[in-house]
Design a protein around this ligand. Sequence first.
Ligand SMILES: [Fe+2]
Ligand SMILES: [Fe+2]
Length: 480
Amino acid sequence: MNVINVDYDGMIPNNVGLNQDIRVRKALEKWHPGYLDWWQDMGPEGFQQALVYLRTAVSVDPKGWAKFDYVRMPEYKWGILLAPQVEDRKVPFGVHRGEKAWQEVPGEHRAMLRRLIVIQGDTEPASVEQQRHLGKTAPSLYDMRNLFQVNVEEGRHLWAMVYLLQKYFGADGRDEAEALLQRRSGDADTPRMLGAFNEKTPDWLSFFMFTTFTDRDGKMQLEALAQSGFDPLSRTCRFMLTEEAHHMFVGETGVTRVVERTCQAMKDAGIDDPYDIEAVRRLGVIDLPTVQKKANLHFSLSLDLFGNEISTNAANAFHAGLKGRFREERIKDDHQLESGTYPVLRLIDGKIEKQDVPALSGLNMRLRDDYVADCNVGIGRWNRVIETFNIPFQIKLPHVAFHRHIGEFSSVRADVDGNILSDAEWEKRRAEFLPSDSDRDFIESLMTPQYEPGKFAGWIAPPKVGIDNKPGDFEYVKIA
Ligand SMILES: [Fe+2]
Ligand SMILES: [Fe+2]
Protein backbone atom coordinates (compact mmCIF):
# COMPACT_ATOMS: atom_id res chain seq x y z
CA MET A 1 0.00 0.00 0.00
CA ASN A 2 1.21 3.48 -0.70
CA VAL A 3 -0.58 6.78 -0.49
CA ILE A 4 -0.73 7.36 -4.21
CA ASN A 5 -1.87 3.95 -5.36
CA VAL A 6 -5.00 2.50 -3.96
CA ASP A 7 -5.30 -0.91 -2.36
CA TYR A 8 -7.94 -2.82 -4.30
CA ASP A 9 -7.52 -6.21 -2.68
CA GLY A 10 -10.09 -5.94 0.05
CA MET A 11 -13.80 -5.27 -0.09
CA ILE A 12 -13.23 -1.54 0.27
CA PRO A 13 -10.60 0.07 -1.98
CA ASN A 14 -8.59 2.53 0.04
CA ASN A 15 -5.31 4.30 0.57
CA VAL A 16 -5.71 4.62 4.32
CA GLY A 17 -4.31 1.24 5.36
CA LEU A 18 -7.66 -0.35 6.21
CA ASN A 19 -6.07 -3.80 6.14
CA GLN A 20 -4.09 -2.95 9.25
CA ASP A 21 -6.87 -0.94 10.85
CA ILE A 22 -9.07 -3.82 11.88
CA ARG A 23 -11.51 -1.90 14.07
CA VAL A 24 -12.38 0.62 11.37
CA ARG A 25 -12.41 -1.99 8.63
CA LYS A 26 -14.90 -4.07 10.61
CA ALA A 27 -17.06 -1.03 11.29
CA LEU A 28 -17.14 -0.11 7.60
CA GLU A 29 -17.82 -3.69 6.55
CA LYS A 30 -20.75 -3.66 8.92
CA TRP A 31 -22.02 -0.41 7.45
CA HIS A 32 -21.58 -1.60 3.84
CA PRO A 33 -24.73 -3.79 3.49
CA GLY A 34 -26.91 -0.96 4.79
CA TYR A 35 -25.31 1.33 2.23
CA LEU A 36 -26.02 -1.13 -0.56
CA ASP A 37 -29.64 -1.44 0.59
CA TRP A 38 -29.89 2.32 0.52
CA TRP A 39 -28.38 2.42 -2.98
CA GLN A 40 -30.86 -0.19 -4.23
CA ASP A 41 -33.82 1.61 -2.64
CA MET A 42 -32.84 5.21 -3.29
CA GLY A 43 -30.24 5.11 -6.10
CA PRO A 44 -30.92 5.42 -9.86
CA GLU A 45 -34.30 3.84 -10.45
CA GLY A 46 -34.53 1.27 -13.23
CA PHE A 47 -30.84 1.10 -14.11
CA GLN A 48 -29.23 -0.95 -11.39
CA GLN A 49 -28.43 -3.74 -13.84
CA ALA A 50 -27.24 -1.50 -16.66
CA LEU A 51 -23.57 -1.50 -17.62
CA VAL A 52 -22.37 2.06 -17.30
CA TYR A 53 -19.10 3.42 -18.64
CA LEU A 54 -17.83 4.92 -15.40
CA ARG A 55 -14.59 6.24 -14.08
CA THR A 56 -13.31 4.81 -10.83
CA ALA A 57 -10.59 6.42 -8.78
CA VAL A 58 -7.56 4.16 -8.71
CA SER A 59 -5.02 6.67 -7.47
CA VAL A 60 -4.89 10.09 -5.93
CA ASP A 61 -2.20 11.25 -8.30
CA PRO A 62 -3.58 14.40 -9.93
CA LYS A 63 -1.95 13.39 -13.22
CA GLY A 64 -3.97 10.22 -13.61
CA TRP A 65 -6.28 9.04 -10.93
CA ALA A 66 -9.15 7.38 -12.71
CA LYS A 67 -9.77 4.42 -14.95
CA PHE A 68 -12.84 4.00 -17.16
CA ASP A 69 -14.76 0.78 -17.63
CA TYR A 70 -18.25 -0.69 -17.82
CA VAL A 71 -19.63 -1.25 -14.33
CA ARG A 72 -23.00 -2.14 -12.85
CA MET A 73 -23.59 0.64 -10.37
CA PRO A 74 -24.24 -1.56 -7.31
CA GLU A 75 -20.83 -3.13 -8.02
CA TYR A 76 -19.04 0.21 -8.23
CA LYS A 77 -15.86 0.27 -6.11
CA TRP A 78 -16.71 2.97 -3.62
CA GLY A 79 -13.41 3.57 -1.98
CA ILE A 80 -11.82 5.69 0.69
CA LEU A 81 -9.26 8.00 -0.78
CA LEU A 82 -7.31 10.73 0.90
CA ALA A 83 -5.06 13.14 -0.94
CA PRO A 84 -1.38 12.60 -0.02
CA GLN A 85 -0.30 13.97 3.33
CA VAL A 86 1.53 17.27 3.15
CA GLU A 87 4.71 16.92 5.15
CA ASP A 88 4.91 19.05 8.25
CA ARG A 89 1.54 20.67 7.58
CA LYS A 90 0.44 23.39 10.01
CA VAL A 91 -2.98 24.62 11.05
CA PRO A 92 -3.36 27.39 8.46
CA PHE A 93 -5.72 29.80 10.28
CA GLY A 94 -7.52 30.59 13.49
CA VAL A 95 -6.25 30.71 17.04
CA HIS A 96 -4.10 27.57 16.53
CA ARG A 97 -2.49 28.94 13.37
CA GLY A 98 1.07 27.68 12.99
CA GLU A 99 0.65 24.69 15.31
CA LYS A 100 1.14 21.22 13.88
CA ALA A 101 -1.97 20.07 11.97
CA TRP A 102 -3.99 17.54 13.98
CA GLN A 103 -3.89 13.88 13.04
CA GLU A 104 -6.43 13.11 15.77
CA VAL A 105 -9.58 15.00 16.70
CA PRO A 106 -8.76 17.87 19.02
CA GLY A 107 -10.88 17.04 22.08
CA GLU A 108 -12.16 20.55 22.72
CA HIS A 109 -13.53 20.85 19.17
CA ARG A 110 -14.89 17.35 18.83
CA ALA A 111 -18.61 18.21 18.72
CA MET A 112 -18.15 21.04 16.24
CA LEU A 113 -16.02 18.93 13.96
CA ARG A 114 -18.46 16.03 14.03
CA ARG A 115 -21.29 18.39 13.12
CA LEU A 116 -19.36 19.80 10.14
CA ILE A 117 -18.67 16.30 8.85
CA VAL A 118 -22.25 15.13 9.33
CA ILE A 119 -23.70 18.15 7.53
CA GLN A 120 -21.36 17.65 4.59
CA GLY A 121 -22.03 13.92 4.62
CA ASP A 122 -25.79 14.39 4.58
CA THR A 123 -25.76 16.33 1.30
CA GLU A 124 -24.05 13.49 -0.59
CA PRO A 125 -26.74 10.78 -0.47
CA ALA A 126 -29.42 13.48 -0.61
CA SER A 127 -28.50 14.48 -4.15
CA VAL A 128 -28.54 10.83 -5.28
CA GLU A 129 -32.06 10.58 -3.89
CA GLN A 130 -33.11 13.79 -5.60
CA GLN A 131 -31.84 12.56 -8.96
CA ARG A 132 -33.01 8.98 -8.84
CA HIS A 133 -35.80 9.23 -11.43
CA LEU A 134 -33.84 11.06 -14.09
CA GLY A 135 -32.42 8.04 -15.90
CA LYS A 136 -35.89 7.37 -17.29
CA THR A 137 -35.93 10.64 -19.20
CA ALA A 138 -32.26 10.92 -20.16
CA PRO A 139 -31.82 12.95 -23.37
CA SER A 140 -28.96 10.66 -24.46
CA LEU A 141 -26.80 7.82 -23.23
CA TYR A 142 -23.97 10.33 -22.85
CA ASP A 143 -26.06 12.37 -20.42
CA MET A 144 -27.31 9.29 -18.65
CA ARG A 145 -23.75 8.18 -18.07
CA ASN A 146 -22.83 11.58 -16.68
CA LEU A 147 -25.79 11.48 -14.32
CA PHE A 148 -24.75 8.07 -13.03
CA GLN A 149 -21.13 9.17 -12.70
CA VAL A 150 -22.23 12.05 -10.52
CA ASN A 151 -24.43 9.67 -8.53
CA VAL A 152 -21.75 7.06 -7.79
CA GLU A 153 -19.31 9.79 -6.82
CA GLU A 154 -21.80 11.37 -4.44
CA GLY A 155 -22.10 7.87 -3.01
CA ARG A 156 -18.33 7.79 -2.62
CA HIS A 157 -18.41 11.17 -0.92
CA LEU A 158 -20.77 9.66 1.62
CA TRP A 159 -18.22 6.89 2.16
CA ALA A 160 -15.54 9.52 2.62
CA MET A 161 -17.44 11.24 5.42
CA VAL A 162 -18.51 7.94 6.98
CA TYR A 163 -14.88 6.85 7.13
CA LEU A 164 -14.01 9.96 9.14
CA LEU A 165 -16.96 9.34 11.48
CA GLN A 166 -16.09 5.66 11.99
CA LYS A 167 -12.40 6.22 12.35
CA TYR A 168 -12.33 9.27 14.61
CA PHE A 169 -15.63 9.53 16.48
CA GLY A 170 -16.20 6.16 18.13
CA ALA A 171 -19.75 5.21 19.07
CA ASP A 172 -21.26 8.61 18.17
CA GLY A 173 -19.58 8.36 14.79
CA ARG A 174 -21.17 4.96 14.23
CA ASP A 175 -24.60 6.34 15.13
CA GLU A 176 -24.15 9.27 12.78
CA ALA A 177 -23.04 6.93 9.98
CA GLU A 178 -26.25 4.93 10.48
CA ALA A 179 -28.40 8.06 10.55
CA LEU A 180 -26.92 9.19 7.22
CA LEU A 181 -28.58 6.13 5.67
CA GLN A 182 -31.89 6.74 7.44
CA ARG A 183 -32.75 10.30 6.46
CA ARG A 184 -34.44 10.78 3.09
CA SER A 185 -34.58 13.77 0.79
CA GLY A 186 -37.98 15.43 1.00
CA ASP A 187 -39.32 13.06 3.66
CA ALA A 188 -41.84 14.70 5.97
CA ASP A 189 -40.55 12.94 9.10
CA THR A 190 -36.86 12.35 8.43
CA PRO A 191 -35.76 14.91 5.85
CA ARG A 192 -32.18 15.66 4.88
CA MET A 193 -30.57 18.38 6.97
CA LEU A 194 -30.46 21.27 4.50
CA GLY A 195 -33.37 22.76 2.55
CA ALA A 196 -31.97 22.66 -0.98
CA PHE A 197 -31.39 18.93 -0.56
CA ASN A 198 -35.07 18.32 0.10
CA GLU A 199 -36.21 19.93 -3.14
CA LYS A 200 -37.19 17.91 -6.18
CA THR A 201 -35.03 17.56 -9.28
CA PRO A 202 -37.89 16.73 -11.62
CA ASP A 203 -36.32 17.27 -15.05
CA TRP A 204 -32.97 17.49 -16.78
CA LEU A 205 -32.77 21.27 -16.86
CA SER A 206 -33.20 21.14 -13.08
CA PHE A 207 -30.42 18.57 -12.93
CA PHE A 208 -28.06 20.77 -14.92
CA MET A 209 -28.95 23.78 -12.78
CA PHE A 210 -28.52 21.73 -9.62
CA THR A 211 -25.08 20.54 -10.67
CA THR A 212 -24.16 24.08 -11.70
CA PHE A 213 -25.34 25.84 -8.56
CA THR A 214 -25.76 23.33 -5.75
CA ASP A 215 -22.72 21.21 -6.52
CA ARG A 216 -20.83 24.47 -6.65
CA ASP A 217 -21.93 25.19 -3.10
CA GLY A 218 -20.49 21.74 -2.40
CA LYS A 219 -17.25 22.80 -4.02
CA MET A 220 -17.05 25.93 -1.84
CA GLN A 221 -17.79 23.99 1.33
CA LEU A 222 -15.16 21.39 0.40
CA GLU A 223 -12.66 24.14 -0.38
CA ALA A 224 -13.27 25.61 3.07
CA LEU A 225 -13.01 22.21 4.77
CA ALA A 226 -9.91 21.30 2.74
CA GLN A 227 -8.20 24.08 4.72
CA SER A 228 -9.03 22.38 8.01
CA GLY A 229 -6.40 21.98 10.68
CA PHE A 230 -7.83 18.48 11.18
CA ASP A 231 -5.61 16.87 8.59
CA PRO A 232 -7.68 13.78 7.67
CA LEU A 233 -10.63 16.05 6.83
CA SER A 234 -8.41 18.30 4.76
CA ARG A 235 -6.99 15.39 2.80
CA THR A 236 -10.41 13.83 2.25
CA CYS A 237 -11.88 17.06 0.93
CA ARG A 238 -8.92 17.73 -1.31
CA PHE A 239 -9.53 14.49 -3.11
CA MET A 240 -13.30 15.00 -3.26
CA LEU A 241 -12.69 18.30 -5.04
CA THR A 242 -11.01 16.42 -7.89
CA GLU A 243 -14.26 14.56 -8.48
CA GLU A 244 -16.45 17.58 -7.86
CA ALA A 245 -14.99 19.37 -10.87
CA HIS A 246 -16.74 16.88 -13.15
CA HIS A 247 -20.10 17.54 -11.49
CA MET A 248 -19.88 21.20 -12.28
CA PHE A 249 -18.70 20.39 -15.80
CA VAL A 250 -21.84 18.30 -16.25
CA GLY A 251 -24.04 21.14 -15.06
CA GLU A 252 -22.39 24.00 -16.88
CA THR A 253 -21.97 22.23 -20.20
CA GLY A 254 -25.47 20.80 -19.82
CA VAL A 255 -27.01 24.26 -19.67
CA THR A 256 -24.64 25.47 -22.39
CA ARG A 257 -25.96 22.74 -24.68
CA VAL A 258 -29.58 23.59 -23.85
CA VAL A 259 -28.93 27.25 -24.63
CA GLU A 260 -27.05 26.39 -27.81
CA ARG A 261 -29.85 24.18 -29.10
CA THR A 262 -32.45 26.86 -28.35
CA CYS A 263 -30.45 29.56 -30.11
CA GLN A 264 -29.79 27.35 -33.11
CA ALA A 265 -33.47 26.43 -33.43
CA MET A 266 -34.44 30.11 -33.17
CA LYS A 267 -31.95 31.05 -35.84
CA ASP A 268 -33.08 28.25 -38.17
CA ALA A 269 -36.70 29.39 -37.74
CA GLY A 270 -35.84 33.06 -38.15
CA ILE A 271 -36.99 34.03 -34.64
CA ASP A 272 -35.03 36.96 -33.22
CA ASP A 273 -37.17 37.81 -30.22
CA PRO A 274 -36.19 35.64 -27.26
CA TYR A 275 -39.43 36.70 -25.51
CA ASP A 276 -41.64 35.21 -28.20
CA ILE A 277 -42.02 32.24 -25.92
CA GLU A 278 -44.88 30.56 -27.73
CA ALA A 279 -43.00 30.56 -31.03
CA VAL A 280 -39.80 29.27 -29.46
CA ARG A 281 -41.60 26.50 -27.61
CA ARG A 282 -43.28 25.38 -30.78
CA LEU A 283 -39.78 24.47 -31.97
CA GLY A 284 -39.52 21.94 -29.15
CA VAL A 285 -36.75 23.80 -27.33
CA ILE A 286 -36.64 25.62 -24.00
CA ASP A 287 -37.04 29.39 -24.31
CA LEU A 288 -34.32 31.49 -22.72
CA PRO A 289 -36.61 33.28 -20.23
CA THR A 290 -37.51 29.89 -18.78
CA VAL A 291 -33.84 28.96 -18.56
CA GLN A 292 -33.38 32.20 -16.62
CA LYS A 293 -36.22 31.33 -14.24
CA LYS A 294 -34.72 27.92 -13.58
CA ALA A 295 -31.40 29.60 -12.83
CA ASN A 296 -33.17 32.01 -10.45
CA LEU A 297 -34.70 29.10 -8.58
CA HIS A 298 -31.60 26.97 -8.20
CA PHE A 299 -29.27 29.87 -7.44
CA SER A 300 -31.52 31.20 -4.68
CA LEU A 301 -31.99 27.75 -3.14
CA SER A 302 -28.22 27.26 -3.19
CA LEU A 303 -27.57 30.62 -1.51
CA ASP A 304 -29.54 29.35 1.48
CA LEU A 305 -26.85 26.70 1.97
CA PHE A 306 -24.40 29.37 3.08
CA GLY A 307 -26.43 30.04 6.22
CA ASN A 308 -27.01 33.25 8.09
CA GLU A 309 -25.40 36.58 7.24
CA ILE A 310 -23.98 36.84 10.73
CA SER A 311 -22.88 33.51 12.09
CA THR A 312 -21.27 32.55 15.36
CA ASN A 313 -20.97 28.95 14.16
CA ALA A 314 -18.85 30.05 11.21
CA ALA A 315 -16.81 32.33 13.46
CA ASN A 316 -16.21 29.51 15.95
CA ALA A 317 -15.27 26.99 13.29
CA PHE A 318 -12.72 29.38 11.83
CA HIS A 319 -11.38 30.46 15.19
CA ALA A 320 -10.93 26.80 16.13
CA GLY A 321 -9.04 26.05 12.91
CA LEU A 322 -11.66 23.63 11.57
CA LYS A 323 -13.16 25.41 8.56
CA GLY A 324 -11.26 28.05 6.61
CA ARG A 325 -11.91 30.37 3.73
CA PHE A 326 -11.90 29.76 0.00
CA ARG A 327 -8.21 29.59 -0.99
CA GLU A 328 -7.06 30.62 2.46
CA GLU A 329 -3.45 30.27 1.37
CA ARG A 330 -3.81 32.98 -1.26
CA ILE A 331 -5.32 35.54 1.12
CA LYS A 332 -2.96 38.16 2.45
CA ASP A 333 -3.97 38.88 6.03
CA ASP A 334 -3.28 37.53 9.51
CA HIS A 335 -5.53 34.43 8.99
CA GLN A 336 -6.94 34.96 12.46
CA LEU A 337 -9.42 37.78 11.86
CA GLU A 338 -9.69 38.76 15.49
CA SER A 339 -9.87 42.33 14.25
CA GLY A 340 -10.97 43.77 10.92
CA THR A 341 -14.32 43.80 9.18
CA TYR A 342 -16.09 42.38 6.17
CA PRO A 343 -18.87 44.13 4.21
CA VAL A 344 -22.15 42.22 4.30
CA LEU A 345 -25.52 42.98 2.68
CA ARG A 346 -28.08 43.22 5.45
CA LEU A 347 -31.68 44.13 5.99
CA ILE A 348 -31.67 47.33 8.03
CA ASP A 349 -34.99 49.01 8.81
CA GLY A 350 -36.57 47.25 5.87
CA LYS A 351 -33.84 48.33 3.44
CA ILE A 352 -31.02 46.34 1.91
CA GLU A 353 -27.76 47.94 2.95
CA LYS A 354 -24.12 47.07 3.06
CA GLN A 355 -22.70 46.96 6.56
CA ASP A 356 -19.21 46.29 7.82
CA VAL A 357 -19.37 43.47 10.35
CA PRO A 358 -16.57 41.81 12.34
CA ALA A 359 -14.62 39.69 9.87
CA LEU A 360 -15.16 36.49 11.87
CA SER A 361 -18.93 36.94 11.99
CA GLY A 362 -19.16 37.57 8.27
CA LEU A 363 -17.37 34.41 7.14
CA ASN A 364 -20.46 32.77 5.66
CA MET A 365 -20.94 35.80 3.45
CA ARG A 366 -17.33 35.88 2.44
CA LEU A 367 -17.62 32.28 1.22
CA ARG A 368 -20.90 33.15 -0.45
CA ASP A 369 -19.35 36.11 -2.25
CA ASP A 370 -16.61 33.84 -3.56
CA TYR A 371 -19.34 31.45 -4.64
CA VAL A 372 -21.25 34.14 -6.53
CA ALA A 373 -18.07 35.17 -8.35
CA ASP A 374 -17.47 31.54 -9.30
CA CYS A 375 -21.08 31.19 -10.54
CA ASN A 376 -20.64 34.23 -12.74
CA VAL A 377 -17.75 32.58 -14.55
CA GLY A 378 -20.05 29.72 -15.50
CA ILE A 379 -22.87 32.00 -16.57
CA GLY A 380 -20.47 33.96 -18.74
CA ARG A 381 -20.01 30.78 -20.79
CA TRP A 382 -23.76 30.50 -21.36
CA ASN A 383 -23.96 34.11 -22.40
CA ARG A 384 -21.13 33.77 -24.87
CA VAL A 385 -23.15 31.14 -26.71
CA ILE A 386 -26.18 33.43 -26.86
CA GLU A 387 -23.93 36.23 -28.12
CA THR A 388 -22.58 34.16 -30.98
CA PHE A 389 -26.15 33.83 -32.22
CA ASN A 390 -26.74 37.57 -31.86
CA ILE A 391 -29.81 37.05 -29.73
CA PRO A 392 -30.51 39.99 -27.42
CA PHE A 393 -30.63 38.09 -24.15
CA GLN A 394 -28.36 37.72 -21.17
CA ILE A 395 -28.68 35.27 -18.33
CA LYS A 396 -28.07 37.00 -15.01
CA LEU A 397 -27.83 35.90 -11.43
CA PRO A 398 -30.68 37.30 -9.34
CA HIS A 399 -30.01 39.55 -6.36
CA VAL A 400 -29.02 37.70 -3.20
CA ALA A 401 -32.18 38.95 -1.46
CA PHE A 402 -34.37 37.21 -4.03
CA HIS A 403 -36.44 34.18 -2.95
CA ARG A 404 -34.63 33.37 0.25
CA HIS A 405 -35.60 31.00 3.03
CA ILE A 406 -32.60 31.38 5.30
CA GLY A 407 -31.08 34.53 6.73
CA GLU A 408 -32.26 38.10 6.92
CA PHE A 409 -33.87 38.29 3.50
CA SER A 410 -36.17 35.40 4.27
CA SER A 411 -38.44 37.91 6.01
CA VAL A 412 -39.00 40.00 2.86
CA ARG A 413 -40.04 39.50 -0.75
CA ALA A 414 -37.56 40.89 -3.24
CA ASP A 415 -37.54 40.84 -7.03
CA VAL A 416 -34.54 39.65 -9.02
CA ASP A 417 -32.99 43.13 -8.85
CA GLY A 418 -33.31 43.33 -5.08
CA ASN A 419 -36.31 45.67 -4.93
CA ILE A 420 -38.50 44.83 -2.00
CA LEU A 421 -42.07 43.97 -2.97
CA SER A 422 -45.27 43.71 -0.99
CA ASP A 423 -46.66 40.21 -0.59
CA ALA A 424 -49.41 41.04 -3.04
CA GLU A 425 -46.98 42.32 -5.67
CA TRP A 426 -44.79 39.29 -5.19
CA GLU A 427 -47.70 36.92 -5.72
CA LYS A 428 -48.73 38.83 -8.81
CA ARG A 429 -45.25 38.78 -10.32
CA ARG A 430 -43.96 35.47 -9.02
CA ALA A 431 -44.25 33.75 -12.41
CA GLU A 432 -41.97 36.41 -13.91
CA PHE A 433 -39.18 35.23 -11.67
CA LEU A 434 -39.71 31.56 -10.95
CA PRO A 435 -40.87 28.65 -13.09
CA SER A 436 -44.67 28.45 -13.13
CA ASP A 437 -46.73 25.29 -13.33
CA SER A 438 -47.11 25.79 -17.05
CA ASP A 439 -43.33 26.26 -17.48
CA ARG A 440 -42.81 23.04 -15.60
CA ASP A 441 -45.45 21.26 -17.66
CA PHE A 442 -43.79 22.44 -20.85
CA ILE A 443 -40.35 21.24 -19.78
CA GLU A 444 -41.81 17.96 -18.65
CA SER A 445 -43.44 17.52 -22.05
CA LEU A 446 -39.94 17.55 -23.60
CA MET A 447 -38.55 14.92 -21.25
CA THR A 448 -38.80 11.87 -23.45
CA PRO A 449 -35.84 9.52 -23.30
CA GLN A 450 -33.38 9.09 -26.13
CA TYR A 451 -31.50 5.84 -25.59
CA GLU A 452 -30.00 5.33 -29.04
CA PRO A 453 -26.21 5.66 -29.06
CA GLY A 454 -25.12 8.95 -30.60
CA LYS A 455 -28.63 10.45 -30.62
CA PHE A 456 -29.84 13.40 -28.56
CA ALA A 457 -33.25 14.69 -27.58
CA GLY A 458 -34.35 17.66 -29.66
CA TRP A 459 -34.00 20.24 -26.88
CA ILE A 460 -30.28 19.75 -26.25
CA ALA A 461 -27.19 19.98 -28.46
CA PRO A 462 -24.62 17.16 -28.51
CA PRO A 463 -21.44 17.74 -26.50
CA LYS A 464 -18.27 18.95 -28.18
CA VAL A 465 -16.28 15.89 -27.13
CA GLY A 466 -17.10 12.53 -25.64
CA ILE A 467 -16.18 11.27 -22.21
CA ASP A 468 -12.75 9.61 -22.17
CA ASN A 469 -12.40 10.77 -25.79
CA LYS A 470 -14.98 8.28 -26.98
CA PRO A 471 -16.54 8.79 -30.42
CA GLY A 472 -20.01 10.34 -30.79
CA ASP A 473 -21.90 7.09 -31.17
CA PHE A 474 -20.26 5.37 -28.22
CA GLU A 475 -22.65 3.30 -26.12
CA TYR A 476 -22.07 4.90 -22.71
CA VAL A 477 -24.77 2.84 -21.07
CA LYS A 478 -25.75 -0.69 -22.01
CA ILE A 479 -29.25 -0.85 -20.69
CA ALA A 480 -30.06 -4.30 -19.36
FE1 LIG B 1 -20.31 15.40 -3.31
FE1 LIG C 1 -21.06 16.85 -6.39
